[in-house]
Design a protein around this ligand. Structure first.
Ligand code: BDR
Ligand code: CA
Length: 312
């Protein structure tokens, strides 16, 4: 049994908010396969691709993991105030790099993700549910805006996004999830929620090589084999790279074992202007402080990823 707060007898009760997405898929498969998470639902958001594709992909990932009874709920179709980006060149036209996934075994709920989340958080004990956010923060901002009392009941909000001292991946200082919806990120960062943000400063340091893919495939579970294929597809979108960053899995790894990450308490604001820096993070000492993961024990995190994906 791993030596940390989450294990199969005390799984983390969580909702995953996501735009799958290759690395989202690896993160979700880890959560489903490890047994260390009690996934109460998956809410989807437009990001890597449009909402029909990200919602279908959430269902396909559940089907691959042979999991039924976990609701998929579609959320925001577009950012609060902008057009969004196209990442087909990274994640493929299907969002999952062309890797074969089964069709969803169950349709999405006929509900909106934001009201569904608000109802769930209100119904369940306060401080009992983690929100694991792997995409643009549009659904989260709408929750803060439309149901602030419910948002205050979140135990931990752990979100991948932004770049603090690290160069961006969309612009010189901007990272995809925050640049896709800077207004939403600004609402979430200033809401005073128990937020841990994981920017590129940490996620770029958790990298998988082709050897790591082979090792994952050899673990033999459907989740590990699919993750190996997904990361290989991620290689195919680039040339000459020796390793690829595993951005979104960092969220699950930090949830399960926070001590793998080096946290700093920072006040941050989001550039909501119209320049190429729209979505950039700035240090803002007057802003509500949040935990920011600036470093990661990459070897320990990769080992934990493999352990979770390989659990029979
Ligand atoms: C983030 O952008 C998306 O393309 C990935 O899924 C990840 O959430 C990394 O910048
Ligand atoms: Ca994502």
């Amino acid at each position: 049994m791993p030596d940390f707060g989450a294990d199969a007898t005390r799984p983390i009760r969580c909702v995953i908010d996501t735009d799958p997405g290759i690395d989202d898929a690896v993160a979700i498969l880890f959560a489903l396969q490890s047994g260390w998470f009690d996934v109460l639902g998956i809410s989807t958001v437009a990001g890597n691709l449009g909402i029909p594709v990200t919602t279908r992909n959430a269902g396909r990932i559940l089907a691959l993991a042979s999991r039924t009874g976990i609701p998929v709920v579609a959320g925001a179709e577009r950012p609060l105030a902008r057009k969004g980006f196209d990442t087909k060149d990274i994640h493929g036209g299907d969002g999952l790099g062309g890797v074969a996934f089964p069709e969803p075994a169950e349709p999405p709920l006929a509900a909106n993700a934001v009201s569904w989340l608000a109802d769930l958080l209100t119904r369940e004990p306060a401080g009992s549910i983690d929100l694991l956010a792997l995409g643009p923060m549009t659904n989260l901002a709408l929750l803060v805006r439309e149901a602030p009392q419910a948002a205050r009941r979140i135990r931990r909000l752990i979100a991948m996004g932004g770049a603090v001292d690290e160069p961006g991946n969309i612009g010189p200082r901007t990272e995809f999830n925050i640049a896709a919806d800077p207004e939403a990120a600004q609402i979430v960062l200033s809401a005073g929620l128990p937020l841990t943000l994981i920017p590129l400063d940490a996620t770029r340091r958790l990298r998988a090589t082709r050897d790591d893919c082979a090792a994952l495939a050899a673990l033999g579970t459907p989740a590990a084999r699919a993750s190996a294929l997904l990361i290989e597809a991620y290689f195919n979108a680039t040339t000459g790279r020796e390793s690829r960053p595993l951005h979104d899995p960092c969220v699950m790894l930090l949830a399960a074992r926070p001590e793998l990450f080096g946290l700093q308490r920072l006040g941050l604001s989001v550039d909501t202007g119209q320049s190429e820096d729209a979505g950039a993070l700035d240090r803002a000492p007057g802003a509500p402080a949040v935990d920011v993961a600036m470093t990661v024990d990459a070897r320990g995190a990769l080992a934990l990823l493999a352990e979770g994906l390989g659990r029979a």
